[in-house]
Design a protein around this ligand. Sequence first.
Ligand SMILES: O=P(O)(O)O[C@H]1O[C@H](CO)[C@@H](O)[C@H]1O
Ligand SMILES: O=c1cc[nH]c(=O)[nH]1
Length: 235
Amino acid sequence: MTVHLNAKEGQIAETVLLPGDPLRAQHIAETFFENPELHNTVRGMHGYTGTYKGQRVSVQGTGMGIASSMIYVSELITGYGCKNLIRVGTCGSYQPHVHVRDLILAQAACTDSNINNIRFGAKTYAPIADFGLLLRAYQIAQERGFTSHVGNIMSSDTFYHDDFDQYKIWADFGVLGVEMEAAGLYTLAAKHGVRALTILTVSDHLVTREETTAEERQMTFNGMIEVALDAALGL
Ligand SMILES: O=P(O)(O)O[C@H]1O[C@H](CO)[C@@H](O)[C@H]1O
Ligand SMILES: O=c1cc[nH]c(=O)[nH]1
């Protein structure tokens, strides 16, 4: 047990999918896992372990934001020995060519969080995905015919900005979209020498203002889950 997870030793697999939403964790376990078992109940942040195509795999909700998700990522790595961490989340698109329901494979993550300034001071650390996982996920997405974009994203501490148009500075530098966790995940994975990737489904669009429903965000977006699970097979 760790401070925020009450799974027993050995109850969590080396590969863990990480949605922000604990109800998406339940949906993933019930839809994709054989024999899913609930491994965490602390704070209602549900986590499940089962098998996928015969390989043990877990899914753990992380909550929203770098602060919450880094607690779970830290405990999964240091408390349970997890080695392959794949975030499966939603994001807003910053780019006209990146459409709602497209996939983004986050090669790297900018952030407005102070989390890395605490570590690195005035120097800038560049949080990046594991290249092997990224390549596998991209190839699988291509084979399945999913529209996917590989590139830089923004992990923001702020969902509601006072100035809506502030995203344009990032869009001008090619950043594809915005979520709230990947930069923390990539930084911790690098520190501990484990693999990490973030796969996102575009749930809303900052340019066109198109949106999806909460139910769709919780219950669908299964394409990215298939990509994540198949990319981790054999690891
Ligand atoms: O869909 P999830 O994984 O929660 O990800 C995105 O959605 C939340 C904001 O609505 C943030 O956690 C953001 O990163
Ligand atoms: O963090 C997020 C997630 C989805 N859409 C956004 O605009 N931001």
